[in-house]
Design a protein around this ligand. Structure first.
Ligand code: C2E
Ligand code: MG
Ligand code: MG
Length: 601
């Protein structure tokens, strides 16, 4: 390995190493941990900075940042949060000492390791540097192998110190101190990008009894197991969109005795916190095997949501604590939001979920049909089946209200099966009555799609009804298709082989990859109605609709405009040669017995 001595007689080099935050519940690969640490190289001589940077990269360090001049190193230090600084000092180390003094004055930088590379070294300056907190002091020229060894030693020592300082002894999760750092970061991030997040305080119900009955060793094992389950739950959650910028990865902490906390960042909507809480409770409720017996545990959860419940760490933390106390007052296994509005919504969802379960059993669901009209001929060329819930006391409940509940609770599987089956049965009934039935499309939820069982339910429904597969259409939203696009491609190919027609619903509201759009075996694109409603007033929406029509035609797809309410919108579509439309202008969704009349007219 070559030795580094700087390009001139006066090199100043500083390198900073940030710690990559590993998951404490995973076994650690300590060497890999060192290699992925963030290193910041700063100095007054840019060329030297670059030389050190490339030397470190050659040694296998993956995250090396070349810093600017040493005068701005303090700013960079705060921004980049490195794990270690290497300061290349051209002279006797006095420049490095100056920086060290500044560093030691900043509480934030206490845990940054610093290695000094200096051309001239005397015992006095070495001792002074070590007194001021330098981790190591190397005389140039420095052999790169030696540099590597010193770096690793410093990084490993720092990682151990951090682990002791920031992780919980029993569970290995982050402790209260680290938790607060992360909460600060999350609040700042939410403020910057305008997102929302939540804090879930989780209290184990009657944990004291386990400690009393089985001893503290068994108690510690329970806490470890709970920590592991919580970490798994959060890893698997799909309600949280982790930000792309680097941020905390320790989202689960143990705050004290039997209290844990989970930090959720980038929630798709504030009340998604409740869904995570529900999963957490289900995960904790799985029996825990300790000392040859299965322990049944429950936990209560208090939730606060930011920025709604407050914008400072203290407010959010206290709100979650208050919500947990409220939950505990209401009995074991309870969940509570801090905000009464969210509590009201959660209660409403809970009762609707129970009623929907009953409604499915009691045959309270109905299909309505909305015709699709061919623009050129003006004739009905298909219809979309839209589910309705005829509630015994609430009356007709809109799918916009109960489909999300069905999706969150898993009821969407039986419900989706029912819809596909009922649509096929209805087609057969019409055929038997001699009505020339057009193709009927049903909506398939992302959850049905994810579970990969949709082709099975399509096959079963077709078989049972005996209708031709070409009479059945399936509508998927963009988000359903684009999530795991590669896997979905296979699923779509199978559905296509069965003979069903495939449509991309609400196009323009999600994020389609154009390359997949070309590869998916789709037949139809449906332009989301939000664009149509603004086509007359907003030139952007008009351009989008025109562009989607052109795109669909280029891809050989039929294009259907949804939500057409006015003659002007229809005229716009006609001018742009849209194929079909659907909307209140022609007809609202109607019950099955009313569709034949529209087919003829
Ligand atoms: P979607 O699939 O985009 O269905 C079109 C929605 O737009 C329907 O609302 C329809 O009544 C409404 N609509 C049609 N024309 C117009 C119009 O001119 N103006 C306005 N303002 N609205 C119009 P609906 O029936 O309330 O359904 C809402 C959503 O619920 C559907 O959107 C679909 O995503 C979902 N949904 C409905 N039935 C099912 C189902 O059986 N399974 C699944 N998974 N989702 C369903
Ligand atoms: Mg649809
Ligand atoms: Mg739609």
């Amino acid at each position: 390995m070559p030795a580094y001595s700087g390009s001139t007689g006066d090199p100043k080099v500083v390198a900073l190493f940030p710690e990559k935050r590993e998951s404490v519940t995973q076994p650690l690969d300590r060497q890999a941990e060192c290699r992925s640490a963030r290193l910041l190289v700063v100095g007054d001589d840019e060329l030297n900075v670059e030389i050190v940077k490339s030397c470190l990269e050659d040694l296998g360090y993956k995250d090396v940042i070349a810093g600017a001049r040493s005068s701005s190193a303090m700013v960079q230090l705060a921004e980049m949060d490195p794990s270690l600084v290497v300061f290349d000092d051209s002279g006797d180390g006095s420049n490095a000492l100056e920086m060290l003094s500044a560093l030691s004055a900043r509480p934030h930088s206490r845990s940054v390791a610093l290695i000094i590379l200096a051309s001239r070294t005397d015992l006095d300056s070495r001792l002074k540097a070590l007194d001021l907190g330098a981790t190591d002091f190397l005389a140039k020229p420095v052999d790169s192998t030696e540099l590597d060894l010193r770096l690793r030693r410093a990084l490993l020592a720092k990682a151990d110190t951090d682990r002791l300082a920031f992780s919980d002894r029993i569970t290995g999760l982050s402790n209260r101190d680290r938790y607060f750092e992360q909460l600060d970061w999350a609040l700042k991030h939410a403020k910057r990008v305008g997102g929302s997040g939540a804090v879930l305080h989780i209290g184990l119900d009657r944990f004291g009894r386990i400690n009393d009955a089985l001893g503290s060793t068994a108690g510690d094992r329970v806490l470890r197991e709970v920590g592991r389950r919580l970490a798994d739950c959060i890893r698997e959650t799909d309600f949280v969109l982790l930000p792309s910028e680097p941020g905390p990865t320790h989202l689960v902490s143990r705050l004290s005795g039997d209290e844990f906390s989970v930090l959720l960042i980038g929630l798709s909507r504030p009340d998604s916190a409740e869904l995570v809480a529900k999963r957490v409770q289900a995960a904790i409720a799985e029996p825990i095997r300790i000392a040859e017996r299965d322990l049944a545990m429950t936990c209560s959860v208090g939730m606060s949501v930011f920025p709604n419940d407050g914008s400072t760490r203290d407010l959010i933390f206290k709100a979650a604590g208050a919500a947990l106390r409220d939950a505990k007052r209401n009995g074991k296994g309870t969940r509570r939001f801090y905000s009464s509005e969210l509590n009201g919504r959660a209660l409403h969802r809970l009762s609707l979920e129970a009623e929907l379960r009953r409604g499915l059993e009691n045959d309270e669901l109905r299909l309505f049909f909305q015709p699709k009209v061919d623009l050129a001929s003006g004739r009905v060329c298909g219809a979309e089946a839209l589910v309705r819930w005829v509630h015994p006391t609430r009356g007709m409940v809109s799918p916009a209200e109960f489909i999300p509940i069905a999706e969150d609770s898993g009821l969407i599987m039986p419900l989706g099966d029912w819809v596909i089956g009922a649509a096929c049965e209805q087609i057969r009934t019409w055929q038997e009555a001699g009505i020339p039935v057009p193709r009927i499309a049903v909506n398939v939820s992302i959850h049905q799609f994810r579970s990969q069982c949709v082709n099975q339910s399509v096959r079963k429904a077709l078989q049972r009804s005996g209708i031709d597969a070409s009479l059945l259409g399936l509508e998927f939203t963009e988000s359903a298709l684009m999530e795991n696009a590669a896997d979905n491609l296979q699923l779509l190919v199978e559905l296509k082989e069965i003979g069903t027609q495939l449509a991309l619903d609400d196009f323009g509201t999600g994020y389609s990859s154009l390359s997949y759009l070309k590869r998916f075996p789709l037949d139809e694109l449906k332009i989301d109605r939000s664009f149509l409603s603004e086509v007359e007033t907003d030139p952007n929406s008009a351009s989008i609709v025109a562009a989607i029509i052109a795109l669909a035609q280029r891809l050989g797809l039929k294009v259907v405009a949804e939500g057409v309410e006015t003659e002007q919108q229809l005229e716009f579509l006609r001018q742009h040669r849209c194929d079909e439309y659907q909307g209140f202008l022609f007809s609202q969704p109607v019950p099955a017995h009313e569709l034949p009349r529209l087919l003829i007219g």
